[in-house]
Ligand binder design. Structure first.
Ligand code: SF4
Length: 168
C-alpha cells in the first residue's frame, strides 16, 4: 500500500485515543504474512482479532468480510467472539499509555490515520483517514474464501461451533 504511516504521541495522548475507543481500525490484506490463511487462522485463534463484515449494499451484492482487532468488552461477555459483526467499542490493543502494538504492527487504517489538532472544539473527526474503509473492503474482496476457511480453522481449534451465517 502506498500510504504513509502516522504516529503522534502528544496529540493522541491529549485526545485519549478517541478513535481507538470508538472502534478498532480495519486491517488490510497486506498487513498479514505472505501465508494469509495461516496468519489469519492464528490471529483469529488468538481471540484478539475478529472477522467483521460490511453488509451488501444491493440485493445482488455479497457482504464483504474483513479482519479487525476485537473490542474490549465486559468480562461478563468473555470470551471475545471470533466472528463479530457488531459496531462500536474500545479496541483490545488500547492501553492506558496508547496502542500496545508497534506502529508497523497496527492495522493499516490505524497507521494511515493522521492525527490532527482539534479544531473548533470538535471530536476525533478532525483526524484524517488516508486509507478509506471502502478501499480496505475492496482489497479484502479477493480474499473472502481465505477469511472463510481461516474462521473455520480458528473456530475448530477453539472448540467453538461453526457460524451459521450462510456466506461464511
Ligand atoms: S490497533 Fe492500536 S491504533 Fe489501532 S484501533 Fe487498536 S489501539 Fe488504536
Amino acid at each position: 500500500m502506498g500510504h504513509k504511516d502516522y504516529e503522534n504521541h502528544a496529540l493522541c495522548a491529549a485526545c485519549g485515543g478517541a478513535c481507538c475507543r470508538h472502534m478498532p481500525g480495519a486491517t488490510h490484506p497486506s498487513d498479514w504474512r505472505d501465508d494469509l490463511l495461516s496468519s489469519l487462522a492464528d490471529a483469529l485463534t488468538s481471540r484478539r482479532y475478529a472477522v467483521d463484515w460490511r453488509e451488501a449494499e444491493r440485493s445482488d451484492d455479497a457482504a464483504v468480510y474483513f479482519i479487525r482487532p476485537v473490542v474490549s468488552i465486559s468480562p461478563r461477555y468473555e470470551p471475545k467472539p471470533v466472528i463479530d459483526g457488531s459496531w462500536g467499542g474500545q479496541c483490545t490493543f488500547l492501553t492506558g499509555v496508547g496502542c500496545e502494538l508497534p506502529l508497523i504492527g497496527r492495522p493499516l487504517s490505524c497507521r494511515a490515520m493522521e492525527p490532527r489538532e482539534k479544531m473548533f472544539g470538535r471530536g476525533p473527526e478532525h483526524c484524517w483517514a488516508h486509507a478509506s474503509h471502502r478501499s480496505i473492503l475492496l482489497a479484502w474482496k479477493p480474499h473472502q474464501s481465505v477469511i472463510r476457511v481461516a474462521a473455520r480453522i480458528a473456530l475448530q481449534r477453539l472448540g467453538l461451533p461453526s457460524w451459521d451465517r450462510e456466506e461464511l
